[in-house]
Design a protein. Sequence first.
Lengths: 201, 201
Amino acid sequence: MAAPIEFWFDFSSPYGYLAAQKIDALAARHGRTVDWRPMLLGVAFKQSGQAPLTQIPLKGDYSRRDFARSARFHGVADFRMPEKFPIPSQAPARIVLWAKARDPAQAAVVAKALYRAYFFEGLDVSDPEVAADVAARTGLDRVAARGAVDDPAVKDLLKREVDGGIARGVFGSPFVFVDGEPFWGLDRFDQIDRWLATGGF
Amino acid sequence: MAAPIEFWFDFSSPYGYLAAQKIDALAARHGRTVDWRPMLLGVAFKQSGQAPLTQIPLKGDYSRRDFARSARFHGVADFRMPEKFPIPSQAPARIVLWAKARDPAQAAVVAKALYRAYFFEGLDVSDPEVAADVAARTGLDRVAARGAVDDPAVKDLLKREVDGGIARGVFGSPFVFVDGEPFWGLDRFDQIDRWLATGGF
């Protein structure tokens, strides 16, 4: 069986949220599964000297317009730009990694639930209590999920994921690897689709 | 008749070059013409705190790979990343503005010739002599084109274009306005296509 597609994302990334609505179906069309890999973009931003889009002069205003327009273009009705933005994404990222270690399929479910809680319901999932509440909705044990946020082993796992991502050139969200080939952005999903269909171009 | 599509671009922008191969046909499919508007991205970069893509840590390596892959994806066979990159783009921008004041249709022809000279032939079109040579290939008077690069009125015109672009939020290349709606990047051409077909979404 072909290797899973690696889907790297940050919970504070609007394009990551939109991409999260698309990646499973894209992979499935080509007989692939998805490895959901939460990331802390802030760490990558420090290395690359970047900043959150909305904080960049000129680019900021355009970005907010483009988030909403891209949601409409891609048929994602459930998008509302959160008032609090950006947020630190350690809590939801750690819960996903913790869930994934127990059941990879569950990781995708809880990741999508956390993304939706933030980018549609406007819940501040950077708060460990809120993130644990959302995790519990997906059937996970709330106390265990809340505990994962402060678990040194899970913290260390996330740190290694972030370092490993940066070492492989992950500087944005979403960031996808298909058999080692890197693609940055929801707007490369058309290239990913052709890459998967043809084996590369 | 519907208003022309505004196509803002910098002669040192690889994605601008790729987009320049696509914009006329995209507009024509919807009964539109294109207003070719050369821009100096360096001035916008200063305001937005950005840098040329290839100079950004992590993003730089990815960008070079993506330039070439995007060229293949979009069927632009005539693309070779120039050894000298980026370049200042005053000389070709001024020649295009000068040509456009005399004949708007000629501006598109000379713009595409200058872009191709840099991004396929590897000619350094930041050199006014080289830019004038390329302009002459398209039937323009070489001496007059060379003179335009140092003409205070043309210099002033470009300065006003750049200031006007920045005032309207142009921070990247290509940057397209369709009836006032802003689109940044070749990877928004699918959205532009739908916008033109539907009148907005």
